[in-house]
Design a protein. Sequence first.
Length: 388
Amino acid sequence: MKTKLLTIFCAAALLLMGCQPGANQPKTEASEQSPRDKEQTYVMPNPYEVKRLTPPTGKKVKNVILMIGDGMSLMHVYSAWTANRGKLWLENAQATGLSKTYCANRLITDSGAGGTALATGHKTNYHMVGVDPEGKPLESLVTLANKKGLSSGVAVTCRLWDATPADFCCHNVDRDQEEAIVADYVTCGVDYVFGGGAKLFENRADGRDLFQELRDKGYQTPRSWDELADISKGKVFCVTDTVDTPLPAERGDLLARAAEKGIELLDQNPEGFFLMVEGSQLDDYGHFNDLDLLMQETHDFDRTIGRVLEWAAKDGETLVVVTADHETGGLTLVDGDLNEGRIVCKFSTGGHSGVMVPVYAFGPGAENFTGIFENTDVFWKIKKLLGL
C-alpha cells in the first residue's frame, strides 16, 4: 500500500512540475548562465593605476569622442570602482549627469532604440536602428560630421551588425535584419571603422562581397590589428573577427588601441572629427549574469577611457562624453570590501532594466552635460558644440 501511495505521489508531483509555466521550454541563454538573485563574488586580482588629469582650459570644441558602455549603470561603475580599490579613470570627468533611456513605444529600451537616440537625437521604437518610428532614415552624428567636412569613426568590440554601431551608420526597422544592416556601411560615408562581424561582409546569401565594395569606394580593409597598425592615413574599414572580438582577457587592450588608431587617423583632418567608441560586451555579460566577465569588460572600458582622456587632456580641443544606452542585468552591489577589491553582487534580470544611466564629460563644453535630461539631448548638445 505504501509503495502504491508513493508511486501515486511521485506521478502527481511530476505532473504538477510539468504544468509549471515554461517547465518544458528550453532555458534561455541567461538562465543557463546564472539563476536570478544568486550572490556572486568577484575580487580583482591586479588593480591598475589611475592618474589625475588636468582638464583643458580652452573653450573651443574641435573634436568629440562619444564613448558608450553598452548596458552600463551607476552600479556597474561603482562596483568596478570598488574592485579596483577605489579608483577609476572615469573619475577624471569634470561634469556628470543622468540620462532617461525610455524609447518611443516602451519604457524599457534596447540598444537599437537607445543607441538611435544618442546617434540621431530622436526617440524611436524598440528594435529599430537609425530610423524614426515610421521607418524613415535619420541622420546621425557620423553623417552630419561628414556633411560639415569633419571626419568620423566608429570603434567597437562587437560584430558590426550589432545595434549600437549600426545606429550610427545604418538604417532598419528591425535590428535582426543583419545582412541588410551590414550592407548600409558601404554607403554611410564613415571614415574609420573597427569591429567584428566579417561573416556577413563576405560569403553572403546575395553574393555580394562588401569588402570589395568598400575597397572600390577607397577604403583600406585590414583584417587584423597588425595590418591596421601599419596604416598611417586614408579611410579604413577594419574587421578583425568573424563575429565578436575575443573575451577581454584574450584581446588585451585592443579597444584602447583601436580607439587610439582612430584618433590618429581622424585627427589628420584640420576641421576636426567625431568618433564613437563602444565597450560593447558589458551588455552581453549583463545578459549572461556573469559578474567576473562583466567586471573584466567594465575595467577594460575604463582603461580605454583613460587612454582617450589622456590624449584629450593634451589636445585641449576635444570633448569626451561617456554614457550608456540602457542598463543590463539589474545589477546590485550587496556587499564587498574596498581594501580587498572584493564585491558581492546580485542580478535581478537577464534583460534590461529601466534605471537612468550616467553621463560623464571631460574637456571643453563638459559643463553642458549636468543635470537630468533625455538621452536624445546627448545628440543635440554634441551637434551644437561641433556646429553641425
